[in-house]
Design a binder for this molecule. Structure first.
Ligand SMILES: [Mg+2]
Length: 363
């Protein structure tokens, strides 16, 4: 069995609502698909994404150009061989960023193909540690929401049965962050899970100061307090607060996760399959965490991460942000705070191709 070609396509979806974190406003959701075709009339489809206004066309160009030529002729079932072929021929131009985003799209397509060939849903093919995964909601806690909106959104999140909620922090005034956390905790009550996310906003001194102001609210994690490059800074923050430190959405490949674990800079790993290098790499990060008795709670793209979290023994949650709902046949349904992975072979994401076509970017 051989790969005959890889075809990339770009879709530019509008943001489903106005969303601000401590660093950025998100106005688009670019999805770059990679379809891996074979000489046996079966294909696999993967994707990666971009939520800033630049770079999506460059990822598409890499998929249709260099990656297409690098993997043609290889057996698509040999996901390690294909991954290393892409990695070793692209590492000169990128050990992260656009190169790894492109590698991820193709790797995910290989697992879609493998799952279809096996006739098994992806989470079963990968080992199925559970049949449902708890869900926390991030969509009610954006930094642009007023405190009244935060409270109202939290009420709805509780009523809908989510297992927890996460709000953005990073207001200029630390007291304002504290007031927002207090208001949300009050609505949640003492037992539901509450997390905060600074999206790399702080220095380590400021992060420690703020974390200590928040410790009384029983936070489940403090996410990305510092820029992702600052491993030692994260280790300092972790050593000076009782709140667990979560990060990983800004890391590429298992090597960057390994450095964080080795430096004691993180408590909970949050690999994003589309950014860390695909399913092959995501699983290695999850197993690295397992070796160190640590949990994994992936970033965003809940439809893709649901079968992955269901497959591993050390998974925590999937993160609810409904950015793809507009292009799905049927959005994921919450059952008493849990999502259940698809029982269909393949990734189990029901793309609505008619709806997607409206957003297709013509080359
Ligand atoms: Mg985050």
């Amino acid at each position: 069995m051989k790969i005959t070609r890889v075809i990339g396509d770009l879709y530019e979806l509008p943001a489903h609502r106005k969303m601000l974190d401590a660093l950025r406003e998100f106005s688009v959701m670019d999805v770059i698909f990679a379809r891996v075709e074979t000489d046996e009339r079966i294909s696999g489809s993967g994707f990666t994404y971009n939520i800033i206004p630049h770079g999506a066309r460059e990822i598409l160009s890499l998929v249709n150009g260099a990656i297409n030529s690098l993997v043609r002729g290889l057996d698509p079932r040999d996901h390690e061989r294909v991954w290393y072929q892409m990695w070793r021929r692209l590492d000169w131009v990128g050990r992260g960023g656009i190169a790894v985003l492109g590698v991820a799209a193709v790797d995910i397509a290989l697992w879609d193909l493998k799952s279809k060939m096996a006739g098994l849903p992806l989470y079963k093919l990968l080992g199925a540690a559970r049949d449902q995964v708890p869900v926390y909601n991030t969509d009610g806690g954006w930094l642009n929401h007023t405190i009244e909106q935060l409270v109202e959104e939290t009420r709805q999140i509780v009523a809908q049965g989510f297992r927890g909620t996460k709000i953005k922090v990073g207001k200029d005034d630390p007291a304002e962050d504290r007031e927002r956390i207090a208001a949300v905790r009050e609505v949640l009550g003492p037992n539901r899970t509450l997390m905060v996310d600074a999206n790399e906003r702080f220095t380590h001194a400021e992060a420690i100061r703020r974390a200590r102001m928040w410790e009384e609210f029983n936070l489940f994690w403090f996410e990305e307090p510092l820029p992702a490059e600052d491993i030692l800074g994260h280790a300092k923050v972790k050593a000076h607060t009782t709140i667990p430190i979560a990060l990983g959405e800004s890391l590429f490949t298992r090597q960057q996760f390994k450095d964080y674990v080795a430096s004691d800079g993180v408590s909970i790993l949050q690999p994003d399959c589309c950014r860390c290098g695909g399913i092959t790499e995501w699983l290695k990060v999850a197993h690295l965490a397992d070796c160190h008795n640590m949990h994994v709670s992936p970033h965003f793209v809940m439809e893709l991460h649901l079968p992955l979290v269901a497959a591993i023994p050390n998974g925590l949650f999937v993160e609810y942000i409904p950015s793809l709902n507009a292009v799905l046949k049927k959005p994921l349904e919450l059952h008493d705070g849990y999502f259940r992975p698809s029982q269909e072979p393949g990734l189990g994401i029901g793309w609505d191709t008619d709806k997607l076509d409206r957003y297709r970017v013509k080359a």
